[in-house]
Design a protein around this ligand. Structure first.
Ligand code: DTR
Ligand code: CA
Ligand code: ZN
Ligand code: ZN
Length: 444
């Protein structure tokens, strides 16, 4: 809980990379009151990842399962066939691939590690997924989707001939379904000096769920922000992912002190009405009703989720490894003073004073809100412009029983003069739940 009001100018691309790298590796970030930004190095923006390419990989994984007793599980022929497929694509694209063999439950398994030649070997950005399925089925969403999305991003790096500042590594882990055996083996057998070079591990385990949600891992704030920034530019609301804490391949990396992030589209939990309202799909149904079942086939996918999440992987890989930040990289005005929200009481406000921003506010003003509060459906949240104009960010919802608000809202504030005192107004409209505004920020 902090009581400071901070004004953070846009960091230069180098400053941003330094700050982001410092934040990721635990050092204190660079000073926030940066000098006027130097022109950022021109780096190609992340490409769109063709979802048709991602689905072509998934079709191949489905064929592999079909040809191998219906699964791609550890210790079964379908797993090694999956490894061979992905490795073949990467070898042809110029990657340096390594098969790391291990034994689990009396059977041989493999991790497939692929390094993109070049970049600073002392700063590694790694992305990964698990390549094995359960024995019950082909595991197309769990985790063929993460496998295929990560593979297609790796192939996009090759197609672009990307020469990132940092070193890019990709991993497809075995025996995740047996308890993250492959990723544990990888992390435990990586010398600590090598482990400390990994600035970020990004995990993608289920990113194409048929009744999808958009969940972002909240294990590391800068990595969480990269993904939330991407979805904010797409106008896609996100929620914090907590269901998978400790349950996928990011866990061994996190235990070893590596900053982790990732994306998730949902498993056997039930989509609420509020979630269906913001994401579409069917409330009262599981995000993936075929989770760990034989029906987790090629038909068990949502193309939009697969597309958006694959594009988000590319955005994160490009931005974390090329030392740039892309919009919103503007000026941030933040208030981190905690404000208690009275239970079923009067609205409370928190202010930020915007100065030094010429003209009007943008049509995609980013409003980041962090509220710690049980049963967030009680809460109504408004942004109040300096002239008193009110913009509704969040309505109350009797069915949204989840806790906390950690969301970036996008507001068309182009009719508002930027400079002046902006307020966030929060009201708890139903009794028996309490909390406080932790922080909020405007990014111009
Ligand atoms: N994909 C599941 C593990 C799992 C369940 N919920 C989440 C949330 C986020 C990441 C992973 C998971 C499995 O492999 O069994
Ligand atoms: Ca795409
Ligand atoms: Zn699983
Ligand atoms: Zn999984």
């Amino acid at each position: 809980m902090s009581t400071r009001l901070t004004l953070r100018h846009a960091l230069t691309a180098i400053g941003a990379a330094t700050a982001l790298s410092a934040a990721l590796v635990g050092a204190s970030p660079a000073a926030t009151a940066a000098a006027p930004a130097a022109p950022a190095p021109t780096v190609a923006a992340a490409p769109d990842i063709p979802v048709a390419n991602v689905k072509a990989h998934l079709s191949q994984l489905q064929s592999i399962a079909t040809a191998n007793s219906g699964n791609r599980a550890h210790g079964r022929p379908g797993y090694k066939a999956s490894v061979d497929y992905v490795k073949g694509k990467l070898d042809a694209a110029g990657y340096t691939t390594t098969l790391q063999q291990f034994t689990s439950s009396g059977a041989t398994g493999w991790n497939l590690i692929a390094d993109w030649p070049g970049g600073d070997a002392n700063h590694v950005v790694m992305s990964g997924a698990h390549l094995d399925s359960v024995t019950a089925g082909p595991g197309i969403n769990d985790d063929g989707s993460g496998t295929a999305g990560t593979l297609e991003v790796a192939l996009a790096v090759s197609r672009a001939g990307l020469q990132p500042t940092k070193h890019l590594r990709f991993g497809w882990f075995g025996a995740e379904e047996l308890g993250m055996i492959g990723s544990k083996y990888y992390v435990n057998n990586l010398p600590s000096a090598e482990r400390s070079k990994i600035d970020a591990y990004l995990n993608f385990d289920m990113i194409g769920s048929p009744n999808p949600g958009y969940f972002v891992y909240d294990d590391n704030a800068p990595l969480e922000t990269v993904f939330k920034d991407f979805f904010a530019t797409k106008g896609i609301p996100t929620e914090i992912e907590t269901e998978g804490d400790g349950r996928s391949d990011h866990a061994p990396f996190k235990s070893a002190g590596v900053p982790v992030g990732g994306l998730f589209s949902g498993a056997d939990y039930i989509k609420t009405a509020a979630q269906a309202q913001k994401w579409g799909g069917t409330s009262g149904q599981a995000f993936d009703a075929c989770y760990h079942r034989s029906c987790d086939t090629y038909a068990n996918l949502n193309d939009s989720a697969l597309d958006n999440n694959s594009d988000a992987i590319a955005y994160a890989v490009w931005n974390l490894s090329t030392g740039t930040t892309t919009p919103p990289s503007g000026t941030v005005f933040e208030n981190t003073a905690d404000v208690t929200i009275p239970d079923a009481g009067a609205a409370v406000t928190s202010s930020v004073t915007v100065s030094g921003v010429a003209g009007n506010a943008p049509s995609a003003l980013q409003v980041g809100v962090n509220i710690v509060h049980t049963y967030r459906g009680d809460l109504v949240i408004d942004l109040v412009a300096p002239d008193g104009s009110t913009y509704r960010l969040k309505n109350s919802s009797g069915s949204d029983s989840a806790d906390n608000v950690n969301t970036t809202y996008t507001v068309n504030a182009s009719s508002e003069v930027a400079n002046g005192v902006w307020k966030l107004k929060v009201q708890d409209v139903a009794s028996a739940d309490t909390g406080y505004l932790n922080s909020w920020k405007l990014t111009f």
